[in-house]
Design a protein around this ligand. Structure first.
Ligand code: HEC
Length: 183
């Protein structure tokens, strides 16, 4: 009886060590939501008032800066960025461990098992990943087949000569928002 008790005690403490602290999840949820809201509402406003090209200029000039601004408002040790396997802005290139997680997400998406977020514990931090799946047709205006819109195409070619973020389809994984929380 005593042995059994000790065993379950050990098991539960091992499980506890692998558990993600609630504050990591809360921070990840909060920061990723705030970034989606910032970028989404401003992009929508720009599209509605000034049209597609001007919205593309807006993304080009502001998306990265807005992300950095959300960053400035975080506590020490918390940072946020956007990553993608097929990226447009080279600032959003994922690292090796992040590439693995993005690929894992693609597999989960195919199997219809993609959760709202994933958390990975690395040596120095927790990495909270919020998957970005293309759920709105409007995303395809700039990330789908843009070859027929010559003005948009030349804008993208001029600003992103290595642009990989085209030819996406509805329900593809576009990338992720990554919130890193240092231990
Ligand atoms: C008007 C054109 C336009 C529309 C519409 C648009 N994007 Fe983008 N997107 C861009 C540009 C330009 C960039 C590169 C600038 C940046 O974000 O740093 C970009 C970058 C991104 C990135 C960062 C990763 C990367 O490739 O560099 C993500 C993620 C993204 N877009 C998702 C979306 C989603 C999801 C939608 C639909 C809600 C969307 N975009 C709609 C133009 C657009």
């Amino acid at each position: 009886m005593y042995k059994f008790y000790l065993f379950t005690l050990l098991l539960s403490s091992a499980f506890y060590a692998n558990e993600v602290p609630q504050n990591v999840i809360d921070t990840g949820n909060k920061v990723s939501k705030s970034l989606v809201k910032q970028l989404g509402s401003k992009l929508k406003h720009e599209l509605q008032t000034n049209g597609l090209i001007s919205a593309a200029v807006f993304c080009n000039e502001n998306a990265y800066i807005l992300t950095e601004e959300v960053n400035l408002h975080q506590l020490k040790g918390v940072s946020v960025k956007r990553i993608s396997l097929k990226y447009r802005n080279p600032a959003n290139i994922p690292s090796e461990d992040e590439i693995k997680v993005l690929k894992e997400m693609q597999t989960l998406l195919k199997e219809n098992k993609l959760p709202n977020f994933l958390v990975k514990n690395t040596d120095s931090s927790y990495k909270y990943y919020k998957p970005l799946v293309i759920k709105k047709e409007v995303c395809l205006k700039c990330h789908g087949d843009i070859s027929k819109n010559k003005e948009l195409l030349s804008f993208m070619q001029e600003h992103y000569p290595q642009d990989k973020a085209v030819d996406y389809k509805m329900h593809d994984l576009r990338g992720a928002i990554l919130v890193e929380i240092k231990h």
